[in-house]
Ligand binder design. Sequence first.
Ligand code: Q9C
Ligand code: ZN
Length: 661
Amino acid sequence: MGTALIYDEEMTNYKLLWVDPACKIEVPERLTVSYEALVKSGLADRCVSLPVREATDADILLVHSEEYLEAVKKTPYMTLEDLMDFCSQYGDVYFHPNIYHCAKLAAGSALQLVDSVMMGKVRNGMALVRPPGHHSMRNAASGFCVFNNVAIAAQYAKQKYAVERILIVDWDIHHGQGVQDCFEDDPRVLYFSWHRYEHQKFWPNLRDSDFDRVGNEKGAGFNVNVPWNKVGMKNSDYLSVFCHLFLPVAYEFCPDLVLVCAGFDSAIGDPEGEMCATPDIFAHLTHLLMNLAGGKLCAVLEGGYNLTSLPQSVCQTVQTLLGDPAPRPANLDGPCLSALESLHCVRSAHKKYWSCLKHAADLPTCEVSTKRNKVGEEEINEEQSKQEPVWRECPKTLPPDISAAALLPDDGICPERCYSLKSSEDLDPSIVNKLKEHILKDTEDCETLSTLSRLTVLIDKMEKNEIGSGLALVKDISKAVICVVQHAAAAPMNRVLVVYVGDGVVPFHTNEDGKTLVVQFTTQKSEEIQSKYLIPVCLQKDYSDIPGFIQATLSLLLPLGYEYDPSLVVVVQTSGCGLSHNVWQQLIGLLRGLAQGHTLVLMQEDQNAYVGPTASSLLGDPAPPLGPLEAPLPENVESTEKLRLRLKADWNFLLTTGNVK
Ligand code: Q9C
Ligand code: ZN
């Protein structure tokens, strides 16, 4: 199952033919630099390249009116003057004799992508297109957009494949008002958009783009707007919105297909967005969406006007779609106050529609979003935006030769596509001595010695990025964890995130130095010692409350993991882990976004049934969908929320509101 890439040079064959400062940034080079970067990095070669096609009239009429289509059809025959005249009825858009052709190809590309994903020819894909689409409306062109490529694709998927639930994630820095208009009443299409808003001072300056536009009638709750009221938003701000809003709602919704309005004007250096998120953040945004809808994800290019950050961001997105591990994201220091205010407002506007937000506070700070900036604040912003931002290009990393390795008992069958770490290899005497000294004490257990020594070899290879991830079935899980953690945390810059799932015995961790962060899921209520680096997450009723577990994973474990930024993630399944395979795979899949995909799963020797699913997730296969989630158990919501509130003093990423710290 591959990744599709759709591109055709023909879509570079139109440009602005007169002087218009509002439109001069939308240039053909946007497409050529993006494609060339994919070719140069070798990513294009790894994709399945699909031909474009023209969208038909019928396709276009799924979203646009006949009058509008007929009007656009005349543009290839217009004189320059006529074209300029035609444009003047719309906002911030230009036409060219060849743009109608390109617009048909752009929409058609999105449909080709949907076809090949829905027919199972590829797992996911990206379409590099011009003109973009998300601003265009039923009756109007707008913001460089002629036809609404993604909206057409969503209607097409509904009609042709009877797709029941579609999620559209619009990470472009502008509000896709055309998409919102199209699906405002439609509960089958959930639309997420974050956008530069600045209290309505930023284009397209619509009251309809604010957080309180949640959708109408049956579609109420299915339109989620996050207005950014300041420029300069960073990686932390974007990830906070994903962890505390987009992902919980998306998991509850459970889409059958994910479409991304993939605009990269939300990246650093963009003259329109003026945000500060680095290109590698798109690897994470992509990764976090890839376990939804069984991995069926179609990304369609929208904006992106900095010809340096655009191609870097496109490469990060495509590389992640291909299954490569995401790089460790740079400088995650928690969300800014303005982002928290926005997040808080959206969460409270949506709490009546989504169980996962039921507990969100409805505080009067919601009014903040519609208030103007205080005088003086704007000057500071202008000062900042004068400087050209600089950022370090994420070093191109090749995926490790061995994507996943398995360390199994001698009679164990190695899962497909996994490298088997055999026990027959000679043991390194220096490792053996160390193990005897520190962990095994004086017992002479050959089998354990062999297992532990192979584990340390595995960790060394993961550290050198020769091996991506690993799974091990071990007899003595406590000894294995101690050995792994000691070894992996040894180097000065290393940090290990240890996640326990189940009710088995957890070995004692001394970790006040911050070299390890231990998060322990358990069903046994215990008033255990809790510290910044030792966090028990108590869930009632074995692990049958799937929504409760997912909620804790998305809004607690994931943000903690991102803020902690480990060099290795160790997931330990202790005895009696009652998680179903699907939920377990979601957990592994999500955690793979941390530590550059260096995930080590330790399981009890008798947990054979989990080996296949674990290996599959470590290899980057999408986890099976969980179905639309019901409300989590109230007691679990309450305890997760209590824990989050207690921990937010130590961890900025656990904040969801601006006013309380
Ligand atoms: N300072 C897309 O990103 N306003 N469209 C331009 C120039 C229009 C953006 C003002 C921006 C449209 C797809
Ligand atoms: Zn945009």
